[in-house]
Design a protein around this ligand. Structure first.
Ligand code: TPW
Ligand code: MG
Length: 542
């Protein structure tokens, strides 16, 4: 077995199902092994940000690890933003980078793709990964790989492995199985008891779920826990889509002043908030109507549990959920909170299309054809997603990087085999929309809903006086045929309805529906969000 083969075997054992990548000369040797071994399918894309986003989305949807394989320097550094997003939003992406061979670094020449020193890249990635190794020693490599992949899974954050090009084929032992750190059973028991006692004493307990619940594969268990404790469940903005297919009484998504008033009241009036796997970000919490006193909440995240002023360190979320389930039986009275009803029944007339109409059209579509997983970009499309029925959703709701939507959609389809819907603005599509050109080779056929308002509209909403938010009206639909898909531009609700019906009926080619939206027409959630942000003058995701 050579070094790349033992790495691939370890990746597969750790849950990887495919690799996204773009090669370069420093990466050719390990890419050859990826291809020849046939262990994991390799999907090459067009630009490294897309590679990072696709790997991230695959990790998010599967609760598994995603793999992004690139070349040294120009490749890896092109992916910094996507990896930073994965770090911030706790997505376990394994970055594989080629690197100069050992003898090359001794040549005395500067090497192409070298930024400052040959360590610059590793140092840059140190800031956005939770562990790293350069696999330049075949004896040490198995242990290094095991440690790095173990940390990727434990922390659900990106890691970095550099493969010097003269090491890819070096003989190497298999990677030892990953071990799990032991959990202190007494601390776990005490913590679970204390949580249940607090929730029991609360008059209005609420369970707030966020991304870690999916990252650690706990959705079914958490839904069961909510049912047994008859807790109403709310997702964070980032956690939208969680528990979508469960029986839990899902009240909606907490967005403070920007969200549904009944959900805001539920969370902000609660005297027993149980935050499970939550990222304490501004987009999740700073838009609160009333300040939520987190000291009174129970927060289980980042491998620890905080209850008021004390902390139980080193308690993985999965162990905590198991311990809580062991201590609870099914409640005799179910939670009284009902799921919100999302709007349906698009009036297919000659009116111009608003973001709200798009949400209704997607709800109609899912009512007829079943649910689709959704990948959303940043912009009004993401706020519009809040009016769409709960379904699996991946979106950079906290780090808020544009360019995520289209490549994430490809990642979803590669990882799940399910056909996704992509929601994306014209500004974001200008960044990574070209990745759709890779669909034909792999048989992917996402339905892409492009919100074309010829504008960086979200920025305009924040600062209406600026002219620089005007974009040109690109003819996106017309580019689709050249990229191997079908494109159509729609201006009225009738056209939208017809285009969606046709898109669903056409399999095997990506379907790009370019939806023309007049400037200044926003979703209700974005309108509320912008007003709230202006009022609260908190940092905005822009
Ligand atoms: C990588 C800053 C946040 S929202 C926005 C920008 C430029 C405008 C989005 O325009 P789009 O959507 O896609 O047409 P819409 O609905 O507002 O019209 N660069 C990156 N990420 C972010 N978030 C920005 C800039 C930004
Ligand atoms: Mg726009």
């Amino acid at each position: 077995m050579n070094l790349t083969e033992s790495l691939l075997q370890a990746l597969e054992a750790a849950g990887a199902r495919q690799i996204f990548g773009i090669p370069g000369d420093f990466a050719l040797p390990y890419f050859r092994v990826i291809e020849q071994s046939g262990r994991l399918p390799l999907y090459t894309l067009s630009h490294e940000p897309g590679v990072g986003f696709a790997a991230d989305a695959a990790a998010r949807i599967d609760g598994a690890i995603g793999v992004a394989a690139v070349t040294y320097g120009a490749g890896a550094l092109n992916m910094v933003n996507a990896v930073a997003a994965a770090y911030a939003e706790k997505s376990p992406v394994v970055v594989l980078s080629g690197g100069p061979g050992k003898h090359e670094s001794r040549s005395g020449f500067l090497l192409h793709h070298q930024a400052k020193t040959l360590d610059s890249q590793m140092r840059i990635f140190e800031e956005i990964t939770c562990d790293r190794a350069r696999l330049d020693d075949a004896d040490r490599a198995p242990a290094d790989i095991a440690r790095v992949l173990g940390n990727c899974l434990r922390h659900s954050r990106p890691v970095y492995l550099e493969i010097p090009r003269d090491m890819a084929d070096a003989p190497c032992a298999p990677v030892p199985p990953l071990t799990q750190a032991a959990v202190d059973a007494e601390a776990l028991a005490a913590c679970a008891d204390e949580i249940l006692q607090r929730l029991g004493a609360a008059a209005r307990p609420v369970l707030v779920v966020d991304v870690e619940v999916r990252r650690f594969g706990l959705e079914a268990k958490v839904a069961e826990l909510a049912l047994r404790l008859s807790l109403p469940v709310v997702t964070c903005f980032m956690g939208r889509g969680l528990l979508a297919d469960s029986d839990a009484s899902l009240a909606g998504t907490y967005m403070g002043v920007a969200g549904l008033p009944e959900v805001t009241r539920l969370v902000e009036d609660s005297d027993g908030l149980f935050l499970l796997g939550a990222i304490l970000s501004d987009t999740n919490f700073a838009v609160s109507e009333k300040r939520i006193d987190l000291r009174k909440a129970i927060l289980a995240a980042d491998g620890e549990v905080r209850l008021g002023h004390h902390v139980y360190p080193d308690l993985p979320l999965a162990s905590l959920v198991d311990a809580l389930l062991e201590r609870t039986a099914l409640a005799t009275h179910p939670s009284r909170v009902a799921r919100p009803l999302y709007p349906r029944g698009l009036i297919a007339d000659e009116s111009a299309i608003s973001p709200a109409d798009i949400a209704i059209a997607v709800n109609d579509l899912m009512a007829t054809h079943g649910k689709f997983p959704i990948a959303s970009d940043v912009g009004d499309c993401l706020f519009t997603a809040m009016d769409i029925e709960h379904t699996a959703l991946v979106a950079p709701g906290y780090y808020a990087t544009m360019g995520f939507g289209v490549p994430a959609g490809l990642g979803l389809q590669a990882a799940t085999g399910q056909r996704p819907i992509v929601l994306v603005g014209d500004g974001a599509f200008q960044m990574t929309g070209w990745e759709l050109g890779n669909c034909r080779r792999y048989g992917w056929d996402p339905i892409v809903l492009l919100f074309n308002n010829a504008s960086w509209e979200m920025l305009r909403a924040l600062q209406p006086e600026s002219q620089f938010n005007d974009l040109d009206t690109w003819g996106f639909a017309q580019t689709a045929a050249g990229l191997g898909g079908d494109g159509v531009r729609v201006r009225t609700r009738r056209e939208l309805s017809e285009a969606l019906a046709k898109a669903v009926a056409t399999r095997g080619r990506f379907q790009l529906i370019e939806i023309m939206i007049p400037r200044g027409v926003l979703s209700t959630t974005l309108t509320r969000f912008v007003n709230a942000v202006k009022r609260l003058t908190v940092a905005v995701p822009a």
